[in-house]
Ligand binder design. Structure first.
Ligand code: HEM
Length: 268
């Protein structure tokens, strides 16, 4: 279970409280991302309307985003210190989470908020499998282990689907905005540092859709999500969990590679 300590019950908690926590925690919050995303904290006063919920999600997960970039195999990728075997092991361990998320979302395709995240063009599982086959070979399922952190991530998504399933929106936010944003940075780095051709980096491609327009719809759905619950803060907590699951997978993959050199250096 990821370490998400903070739980507050609703949106009346001032966002700036978290911002203070961010600046006082001793971490260097400069992200590798050239991010408008890392913009100054949202401020609220009694006269100002609530910021859109998608801004709240971004703000509340900012610190974890920076942590994700600096953790495990993802940090290695950004340092150009990852080989094909390592990258394949990361994909292998993200695949079960995508499969579960996509199955749960597609079962809710008619939902006014979740439906947009069930969009066929967002689905990554088939692309992940194709990339794995092309990087690792036909026996990728046998040759690459599924790690505990990957199984825990799936269990987290399964729990998020209980009840009305609204918490799935937080998992969709973390993975799909990640793919549409940071994924594009990762794609460029992997293309150069591992000389991976674009036909094994299809997981970062969204050819069937106008990405900018889809992102607008996704943000609009996030903004509407809070109206479907009397505890919008649980959606924030779930997004924080989703980041933590990703951080665990990234670290786990890095640890296993350090212990199992045979998993490195997959054939070109
Ligand atoms: C590993 C290196 C990473 C880099 C270089 C990176 C980079 C970026 C960039 C540039 C953006 C802003 C894009 C924009 O404003 O449209 C962004 C947004 C985002 N990233 Fe990452 N990212 C990384 C890792 C991750 C990971 C591991 C996750 C989660 C699994 C993630 C989730 C997100 C999310 C949810 C957003 C949207 C934030 C928002 O605007 O609400 N990123 N990332």
């Amino acid at each position: 279970m990821p370490d998400v300590a903070l739980h507050q019950s609703n949106r009346s908690v001032p966002i700036s409280d978290h911002a203070t926590e961010l600046t006082n925690d001793g971490l260097n919050h400069r992200s590798i991302c050239p991010m408008g995303f890392m913009r100054p904290s949202l401020k609220r006063s009694n006269e100002q309307p609530d910021p859109p919920f998608s801004d709240v999600l971004r703000e509340r997960t900012m610190r974890l985003h920076a942590k994700a970039e600096r953790s495990g195999i993802l940090a290695d990728i950004l340092r150009r210190n990852c080989d094909r075997g390592g990258y394949a092991l990361l994909l292998r361990n993200l695949l079960p989470a995508y499969e579960r998320l996509e199955a749960e979302l597609s079962a809710r395709a008619a939902h006014p908020v979740l439906g947009i995240f069930a969009h066929r063009a967002l689905c990554r599982s088939d692309r992940l499998r194709a990339d794995l086959r092309n990087i690792q070979g036909a026996d990728w399922e046998r040759s690459l282990p599924v790690l505990e952190s990957s199984t825990a991530y799936v269990a987290g998504i399964t729990r998020a689907a209980v009840g009305n399933g609204l918490r799935l929106v937080s998992h969709a936010y973390v993975r799909y905005f990640g793919d549409l944003s940071g994924g594009q940075v990762i794609k460029k780095i992997l293309g150069k540092s591992l000389s991976l051709p674009s036909d094994v980096l299809t997981v970062y491609e969204f050819p069937e859709v106008d990405v900018a327009a889809l992102k607008v719809k996704m943000r609009d759905a996030l903004d509407r999500a809070e109206r479907f619950t009397d505890d919008p803060h649980m959606l924030v907590i779930e997004a924080m969990s989703a980041f933590e699951y990703n951080i665990s997978v990234s670290r786990d993959v890095q640890d296993v590679l350090a212990r199992s050199p045979r998993l490195r250096h997959a054939e070109a």
